[in-house]
Design a protein. Structure first.
Length: 177
């Protein structure tokens, strides 16, 4: 609270005046107009005794700031983990019958130049020891991708959870004031 000085009036009343009012006109309760003394003389007057109780400042500390930061970072990591978990890649279902149908449809839809190119490649593969379909483990590829994405999600969840627990621990063990 700002200091207020008591300026005496002719009627005997004491008028509280703030530093910002130094040198200005003030009015007493009796109606008399007084000129507040300049700042240098104002500081020589007695101070007003305040009945207001001093309220303590906020009891914020570096410990609470670190705890808040850890909590926010932990919640952010968990939120990112939830988002990543919601968009995990799925493993496609492989069916030999479906693959045959897709191949037959591609043959029907292919142009004559596409069919010629396929036949030439097929003939060349026969010269090299026979036609061998490419061995691609599509299901394994997608399972590996899903497992890697799940590992990222688990890392986000666990690190976010640890940060939240540390932040809560710092808050709960902070000294009470």
């Amino acid at each position: 609270m700002a200091d207020r000085y008591l300026v005496p009036c002719q009627c005997g009343a004491q008028i509280p005046v703030g530093v910002h009012q130094a040198g200005t006109e003030i009015r007493c309760q009796c109606g008399a107009e007084l000129k507040a003394p300049p700042l240098r003389k104002l500081r020589e007057l007695p101070l007003e005794e305040s009945d207001a109780v001093e309220t303590p400042g906020a009891n914020w500390s570096v410990r609470k700031a670190v705890a808040s930061s850890l909590l926010l970072l932990g919640v952010l990591l968990v939120a990112i983990g939830v988002q990543r978990w919601s968009v995990l890649p799925t493993v496609p279902v492989y069916s030999a019958e479906l693959a045959k149908q897709n191949f037959a449809k591609q043959l029907e839809d292919a142009s004559s130049s596409d069919l010629y190119r396929f036949w030439i490649n097929f003939e060349m593969s026969l010269e090299d020891g026979g036609f061998k379909p490419p061995e691609v483990d599509v299901k394994g590829f997608y399972e590996d991708r899903r497992e890697a994405a799940l590992n990222v999600v688990y890392a986000l969840f666990s690190s976010g959870g640890v940060l939240i627990l540390i932040g809560l621990g710092l808050f709960l063990t902070a000294p009470r004031s």
